[in-house]
Design a binder for this molecule. Structure first.
Ligand code: ACO
Length: 324
């Protein structure tokens, strides 16, 4: 009894950036990147592949899969931190692209946990407004928010979008429960400034530019522990054993975080969907892209138990359980 996913879609930009391509940009190697992150390639947006355009294509694919028209959508929630404008929201651009004239639309920023948080907001909305249909999207063009001279970060991220259509159904399927967290005290381990202030009083003398900065080792430590805790609590609360999970879709940050997490929670490796090698870390888009791939590959069948989990800047993190 909750918000059921009716259809999924995703969209990746056409350009593939390989580790060998990165060797020509910064002092790195295919071997270093692969062994430290598991990433081989990532997609990078070109002309007409802005955050909202990727999102709109992913949305159209989800709508087609769900057999839902633009007119039927009541709400659009877009999780992103890399829209081409701060105002209007990316969600308003998507609404316009789709011609979803009956929908209200807003963005949500929870960094890499954005889709997880948006899914929870959508689920809660649908529990009250039970006859509505909503579109939940994770979309990023982090290539526009990376310092391409910083080898610590530029090798990690990629662009893409994923989307789901949801509605409330009065059966045991849908979102079973979520367990979400934030800790703003740790903001300075992973962050990105907006444009410099035009008010001299609020000017930051050490403004480093509008790109991602990260203490990789610290993030790694917190990420594994935090996701492990969120998953354990959620499963305990729902009285569900890890062995009952049919598929786990974690945020695709890097393979070492995922392997450590998988071994700590004791889930069978074969039940974990991983595509980080192809797309790198697409932040809020990583879970819905993976979900769409898993769905289209037939990895999910009716009534399967799906576990998703994420960790990102803020810090923000959490886990959700869905009955497919
Ligand atoms: N190529 C070659 N050498 C590099 C590169 C690179 N691309 N980047 C860093 N190095 C060097 C460093 O300069 C350092 O050299 P030094 O010892 O001479 O100073 C050395 O490699 C080790 O650097 P570390 O940062 O300690 O390397 P580490 O083994 O921790 O790996 C990494 C770095 C991959 C970023 C790791 O810390 C990590 O995966 N952290 C998680 C961060 C993450 O995934 N963030 C994404 C956002 S949050 C999220 O989505 C969960």
């Amino acid at each position: 009894m909750g918000a059921v996913i009716l259809g999924t879609g995703s969209c990746l930009p056409g350009r593939v950036l390989t580790n060998h391509d990165l060797e020509k940009i910064v002092d790195t190697s295919d071997e270093w990147i692969l062994s430290r992150t598991g990433i081989s390639t990532r997609r990078i947006s070109g002309k007409d592949e802005e955050t909202f355009k990727l999102a709109s294509t992913a949305a159209r694919r989800a709508m087609e899969a769900a057999d839902v028209t633009a007119d039927e959508i009541d709400l659009i929630i877009v999780a992103t931190m890399s829209s081409h404008m701060l105002m209007p929201s990316c969600a308003c651009f998507v609404q316009n692209e789709l011609g979803a004239k009956n929908a209200f639309a807003y963005d949500l920023n929870a960094a890499c946990s954005g889709f997880l948080f948006a899914l929870d907001s959508g689920d809660k909305y649908l529990r009250v407004e039970r006859d509505k249909k909503i579109l939940v999207i994770g979309t990023e063009t982090l290539s526009s928010r990376i310092n391409w001279q910083d080898r610590n970060t530029c090798i990690l991220f990629g662009d893409g979008a994923g989307a789901v259509i949801m509605e409330y159904q009065d059966d045991p399927r849908g979102v079973v429960g979520s367990n979400l967290f934030s800790d703003g005290s740790l903001w300075n381990l992973l962050y990105m400034h907006t444009a410099p202030s035009l008010n001299p009083e609020l000017e930051q003398s050490d403004h480093p530019g509008t790109h991602i900065l990260m203490e990789g080792r610290e993030v790694f430590k917190y990420a594994v522990k935090a996701m492990e805790g969120a998953i354990h609590d959620l499963l305990d609360r729902q009285k569900i054993e890890i062995s009952s999970i049919d598929l786990m879709i974690p945020h695709q940050a890097n393979i070492r975080i995922l392997k450590k997490l998988v071994s700590r929670i004791g889930i069978d490796q074969e039940k974990v969907f991983i595509n980080v090698q192809k797309y790198g870390n697409t932040s809020a888009a990583s879970i819905p892209i993976a979900l769409d791939e898993a769905n289209r590959e037939g990895r999910l069948t009716r009534d399967n138990l799906l576990l998703i989990c994420s960790f990102g800047g803020g810090f923000t993190w959490g886990a959700s359980l869905l009955r497919w």
